[in-house]
Unconditional design. Structure first.
Length: 182
């Protein structure tokens, strides 16, 4: 029976590698975003002198939006891979991001919501810059969706803070119990 348990646990542990192709595909999507970024940039450049300031800002916001999305994907790829698949061995590489290997699942969720709120905020800003093309109902939906992201992010952050506080209290109780027994 012990052998079956050992084989089952080993199989479950190795199954984490099934996630690796997901992260590989996300890296490819960052390449796709790069293509769209360059396309937007090269379409925008010849028009830059002819556009008014409002439209230049809108074009720049599109580029910022694509950049934030690429950053979000990279955070998900690095953090997800390190959290669920395997550690990324870049020791000794001076370009290694200082957060790599330090972002746990809780912090990943917070970074994810922060990026989503930023992207949503940019979309909202673009809509307000073209306010004459939207009716009140559409703007209301955009604001409502953005506020939903903001409130959800705040609630996730609060829940994580409560969970960390609970873990700290448990550790202190365990320490007190151990010192009381010695």
């Amino acid at each position: 029976m012990h052998n079956i348990e050992k084989v089952s646990e080993d199989l479950l542990f190795r199954s984490r590698w099934l996630l690796a192709p997901f992260y590989g595909v996300l890296v490819v999507t960052i390449g796709i975003l790069l293509v769209k970024f360059l396309q937007e940039f090269f379409i925008f450049m010849p028009q830059v002198l002819e556009l008014d300031v409002k439209h230049v800002i809108l074009k720049i916001l599109i580029l910022v939006d694509l950049t934030l999305l690429a950053n979000l994907l990279l955070i998900i790829v690095f953090s997800g891979y390190e959290t669920f698949v395997s550690k990324i061995d870049t020791q000794g590489n001076e370009d290694r991001p200082n957060w790599l290997g330090k972002v746990d699942f809780s912090q990943l969720k917070i970074k994810l919501f922060g990026s989503i709120v930023a992207i949503s905020g940019i979309e909202l800003l673009k809509a307000f810059m073209l306010i004459d093309k939207y009716d009140n109902s559409q703007l209301g939906w955009l604001v409502g969706i953005h506020l939903t992201f903001v409130i959800s992010g705040l609630l996730f952050t609060y829940m994580d803070k409560v969970a960390v506080s609970a873990r700290q209290i448990e550790c202190e109780v365990e320490k007190a119990e151990k010192s009381g027994k010695s």
